[in-house]
Design a protein around this ligand. Structure first.
Ligand code: 2NE
Length: 272
């Protein structure tokens, strides 16, 4: 019996496949999901029989839609600064000494999009849609979610993605370098298998050195993320952030500007 409730872990012919298994929540992660992903990624990282890790979501709708908004009440339901150890999760993807491939089978939104950004490679179904929602729902993923994204797609694009919160097709994501390949949905597994087989023929140690060398250039972003999460925890205590979560759950437009203007009109110390 599996020790996991929110994810699936399968190991076959050198490939560890980790699946976020919460399709009814569009594979959004809660605290428990993050902890299980961290545990599974650590296992795959240090299992010598594993040569490649594939990260994906269950079902056809979503890869991952980020933090589970139904478990967010001025903070999420798990451990860490914001109730979700996302910075640790992103760190284990980067620290894993093997290539981690995002198999993008559907929506990669919010923190889900950040996971795609952190993975070494990404292969998407034609039906996938990618994008950020933070400023639309009272959140931000500082660190890898912003600064690494700008390394991947360029500064102007990264700012557009965060400031406008649009959804991008898989073809758009390919054009901007956020994914490596796009294939028809029914060919996604065959394509992922092909990439895995090619990687498995390579020297594992050379791959590990190459990955760490790529990472070395952007590892300072981890520090920015830690600082950012500290700030995010304070932001989550504000009415402005909480309005974003409520509006999403109530399926209505958020009243951000009104709340922001009201808070600025108050004397110092009454802004929260
Ligand atoms: C994913 C997206 C674009 C889909 O839109 P649409 O219109 O196709 O479907 P709908 O109706 O919005 O969603 C379908 C069902 O999935 C749930 C919805 O509530 C809805 O449930 P029902 O009404 O059918 O019961 N759902 C989707 N995403 C969810 C989520 N993340 N948590 C809980 N339930 C979710 C659209 O749904 C969307 O934009 N989702 C927003 C995702 C979101 O707000 N993510 C969190 C961002 S913040 C974050 O990830 C984060 C971070 O990156 C770093 C630190 C902390 C947090």
């Amino acid at each position: 019996m599996s020790k996991y409730t929110d994810i699936l872990y399968e190991m076959r012919e050198g490939v560890a496949r980790i699946t976020i298994n919460r399709p009814s929540k569009y594979n959004a992660f809660r605290g428990q999901t993050c902890d299980e992903l961290i545990d599974a990624l650590n296992s795959a990282s240090w299992d010598k029989a594993v040569g490649v890790v594939v990260l994906t979501g269950a079902g056809d709708k979503a890869f991952c839609t980020g933090g589970d908004q139904s478990a967010h009440d001025g903070g999420y339901d798990g451990r860490g600064l914001i109730g979700l150890p996302v910075e640790e999760l992103q760190g284990v993807i980067r620290d894993c000494p093997k290539p981690v491939i995002a198999r993008v089978n559907g929506y990669a939104i919010g923190g889900g999009n950040v996971l795609v950004t952190c993975c070494d490679l990404a292969i998407a179904s034609e039906s996938a849609q990618l994008g950020q929602v933070g400023p639309k729902v009272g959140s931000v993923d500082p660190g890898f979610g912003t600064a690494l994204l700008s390394r991947v797609v360029g500064e102007k694009r990264a700012r557009e993605i965060w400031f406008l919160c649009r959804r991008y097709s898989a073809a758009d994501a390919l054009n901007m370098g956020l994914v490596n390949a796009v294939v028809p949905h029914d060919q996604l597994d065959a394509e992922v298998d092909k990439w895995c087989k090619e990687i498995l023929a390579m020297s594992p140690t050379a791959l590990a050195i190459a990955k760490r060398s790529f990472n070395a250039d952007t590892d300072s972003i981890k520090g920015i993320g830690g600082l950012g999460m500290q700030t995010l925890a304070l932001y989550y205590e504000t009415k402005e952030s909480q309005e974003g979560v409520r509006a999403f759950m109530e399926k209505r437009k958020p009243r951000f500007r009104e709340i922001y203007e009201e808070s600025r009109a108050k004397p110092k110390g009454e802004n929260a």
